[in-house]
Design a protein around this ligand. Structure first.
Ligand SMILES: [Zn+2]
Length: 168
């Protein structure tokens, strides 16, 4: 049964146990979560202990996942360029051409960044292998309260959640 606990991030101590299979851990996988609180977005990370083989599984990118990451770059570049060019041609006020090029460039970069971020962050992980997904979701960051830096973590293994709770 998964179990969630609230922890103070600065004092978070994991037992040296693989979060996936509960065997002795020798590595730490950086787990990131993007949490929206109020109007701001926070990127929170925790170092999840893992055994060698699950650490590798968590970091492994399947061929499909890598392909989607490439598509994110090319797709983002294509749409960004297209939007930038459209903006420059449709710009009806009489600013200097350099100003328009600059504005178009910034706009193109913005479109690229948004497209790339959405695809790599939300779409590519869907194509991960089952074993990677299993390892990457052993500990999930559900919430974060920035005022006191408390995060709510969900553990797949209840026993690990209990151990973390005791040491915090
Ligand atoms: Zn393991």
């Amino acid at each position: 049964m998964p179990k969630s606990v609230n922890v103070q991030l600065s004092q978070l101590v994991f037992p040296k146990t693989c979060a996936v299979c509960l065997s002795p851990a020798s590595k730490e996988y950086r787990q990131e979560g993007t949490i929206t609180y109020g109007r701001r977005t926070y990127t929170v990370h925790v170092q999840v202990p893992m055994c060698e083989s699950h650490y590798e599984a968590a970091g492994y990118k399947s061929p499909a996942e890598r392909l989607v990451n490439w598509l994110a770059i090319f797709g983002g570049g294509f749409f960004g360029l297209l939007c930038g060019i459209l903006l420059i041609f449709r710009w009806e006020t009489n600013e200097h051409i350099l100003f328009k090029l600059f504005g178009g460039g910034i706009f193109a970069l913005g479109v690229f960044a948004i497209f790339w971020w959405i695809v790599t962050d939300s779409v590519a992980p869907l194509f991960a292998s089952a074993r990677s997904k299993e390892a990457r979701t052993a500990v999930r960051i559900l919430h974060y309260w920035p005022q006191n830096q408390i995060a709510q973590l969900e553990f797949r293994h209840e026993s690990l959640a209990d151990m973390v709770q005791k040491t915090n």
